[in-house]
Design a protein around this ligand. Structure first.
Ligand SMILES: Cc1cc2nc3c(=O)[nH]c(=O)nc-3n(C[C@H](O)[C@H](O)[C@H](O)COP(=O)(O)OP(=O)(O)OC[C@H]3O[C@@H](n4cnc5c(N)ncnc54)[C@H](O)[C@@H]3O)c2cc1C
Length: 508
């Protein structure tokens, strides 16, 4: 690779930081990624306990199917075709405590038939919904770093969908669900914490799944992270672990490097922060580079909640179970002060043989909470009470699972509980948020700026500049950041590295 003599330091080795590294290396920059944790991935992670692997992030990977725009974007940053993708038949099974259940199939024709069979009284609304999903399946993604000239064709193709997008953007999942009279169907669209999410998120997810373009890679999120790390190594980039950035160094209005927690400094021509947005702006830069619009966003915009994850190593083959269930509870489960859940989700990872020894199954349960402060304070002030609380929640979850699979309790050999305090400790995300800015009705998808007023030679990437977050926000924010840097440096934004042909981004 021909180097252009300039260096970029990247704060954070989550998906966005790693993608930024690949783009920068391909354009000839020298790159160092500084990651405070001992491994790459950030929220895109899993952990091992006693022979089991517990995934936290990956449910679906948009762009998993060869041929589309998102797949082409992934190909720019890693060899996605080395992943083994599984496309589930059932997205989730929703069941209540009286034995009623609804199978939410990923294939929209099958889902429509199932819904019409179950709730003929909702036929018109069901057909409306499945038509929306089919329509959005035709949506063509824009080149995130391109302007009108790169995107005009896809914009033209997407134009007829604008009224639908607008309608779904303005409706929350919970409101969308209220149109159905069937209680299980209503609940699918989410009530509680995630029911505030704009309906567009769920309808888009189903559209991608119906197209077989939102599969699960065997090995989970870390399988893809390792492939991106391989790409960085092959292009000559460097990732330093255990390197917590405390301060971004600024001279004459331009970022010139960073200072680490151990007092050492790393100097560079450009600094990219792919770490949490709030700590970047308010801590690493001392709140000096802000304008009213940005302050307002950080003061007022809604966030995805934080979460607890109860992970169980079960010495049973649970392949009779669907990959995911949502159990609607007769009486709510208390997670912490202010958080009572009327449903509990379980994921049974029998579809990933790398996650448990043969005949055993890794099971996880995700519990959203906005009360991150309770868990962070408890961990700090009273480790014993923190342990007891984790134990209480784990017991409650095992109690629900026992009602789903009678006798399972006796086969549980590993119990692990992660809390919002764990999310903050391991990823630094503000308020332990799972995905950054929530897409709420009226909030819009519009990205936040990736530069800060009054600060040159600095860029941001990741879920804190792209509302809705998700793994695609990695390449979708890293690409424009590096392209803008190249433009300012008069360096061609040419991704034709020696090992890869430039993929075609325009829709197929
Ligand atoms: C439970 C859950 C389920 C999800 N499911 C999906 C899914 O199915 N599909 C999907 O596409 N997305 C999913 N997501 C969302 C996705 O994981 C995130 O949006 C994405 O990984 C965010 O990447 P990021 O690089 O922007 O940020 P992060 O992953 O937060 O990375 C930031 C990195 O910066 C590091 N860092 C922070 N501060 C510093 C510092 N001062 N110095 C050095 N390093 C620092 C952190 O350690 C971290 O590694 C899910 C997330 C969660 C939590």
């Amino acid at each position: 690779m021909e180097q252009n003599g300039r260096k970029i330091v990247i704060i954070g080795g989550g998906i966005a930081g790693l993608c930024a590294a690949v783009y920068a290396l391909k354009c000839g920059y020298k790159v160092e990624v500084l990651e405070m944790h001992e491994m790459a991935g950030g929220l895109a992670t899993s952990w091992r306990r006693g022979g089991y692997t517990f995934e936290t992030c990956l449910h679906w990977l948009c762009g998993s199917k060869p041929g589309g725009e998102m797949h082409a974007l992934w190909q720019e940053v890693f060899d996605i075709d080395k992943l083994t993708i599984v496309n589930a038949e059932e997205f989730v099974r929703i069941e209540d405590e009286r034995g009623d259940s609804l199978r939410v199939y990923t294939n929209i024709d099958r889902l429509e038939a199932e819904l019409l069979r179950r709730a003929p009284q909702d036929a018109a609304t069901i057909r409306d919904f499945t038509r929306d999903v089919r329509h959005l399946g035709k949506f063509k993604m824009m080149d995130p770093s391109g302007g009108l000239s790169e995107n005009w064709l896809n914009m033209l193709r997407d134009a007829p969908m604008l009224p639908l997008l607008n309608k779904l953007m303005k409706t929350s999942g919970a409101e969308y669900g209220k149109r159905f009279s069937d209680p299980l169907l209503r609940s699918f669209f989410g009530e509680g914490e995630l029911g505030r999410l704009s309906a567009i998120a769920m309808v888009f997810s189903l559209a991608w799944m119906n197209a077989g373009n939102a599969g699960y890679p065997i090995g989970g999120s870390q399988a893809m992270i390792r492939l991106i790390e391989d790409k960085i190594a092959s292009l000559g980039g460097k990732i330093t672990f255990g390197a917590k950035v405390e301060r971004i160094l600024v001279e004459h209005g331009a970022a010139v490097g960073v200072e680490l927690a151990d007092g050492s400094t790393v100097m560079a021509d450009w600094v990219i922060s792919a770490a949490d947005g709030h700590s970047t702006i308010y801590n690493l830069l001392g709140g000096k580079y802000l304008d009213p619009a940005l302050s307002k966003a950080y003061d007022e915009r809604e966030l995805f909640p934080s979460y607890l994850q109860v992970s169980l190593g079960v010495a049973l083959d649970l392949s009779e179970q669907p990959g995911a269930i949502n159990r609607l509870l007769d009486s709510p489960l208390r997670v912490d002060p202010g958080t009572e859940l009327d449903r509990v989700g379980f994921r049974f990872f029998h579809f990933d043989p790398t996650f448990a020894p043969a005949g055993k199954t890794a099971v996880t349960s995700f519990l959203p909470t906005a009360n991150f402060g309770y868990w962070a304070d408890l961990r700090k002030k009273s480790p014993a009470a923190y342990r007891d609380e984790k134990h209480r929640v784990a017991e409650a979850i095992i109690g629900v699972l026992e009602r789903v699979i009678p006798g399972v309790r006796n086969a549980i050999e590993i119990v692990d509980v992660a809390t919002p305090a764990s999310v903050i400790r391991y990823t630094g995300n503000w308020k332990g948020s799972m995905e950054g800015w929530l897409i709420v009705p009226g909030g819009g998808f519009k990205p936040l700026p990736n530069t800060l007023p009054g600060l040159r030679k600095f860029m941001m990437a990741g879920q804190w500049v792209m509302p809705g977050g998700g793994l695609p926000s990695g390449p979708m924010t890293a690409r424009p950041a590096i392209r803008a840097i190249c433009k300012q440096d008069h360096v061609p934004f040419d991704l034709r590295a020696k090992d890869v042909e430039k993929p075609e981004l325009v829709g197929v």
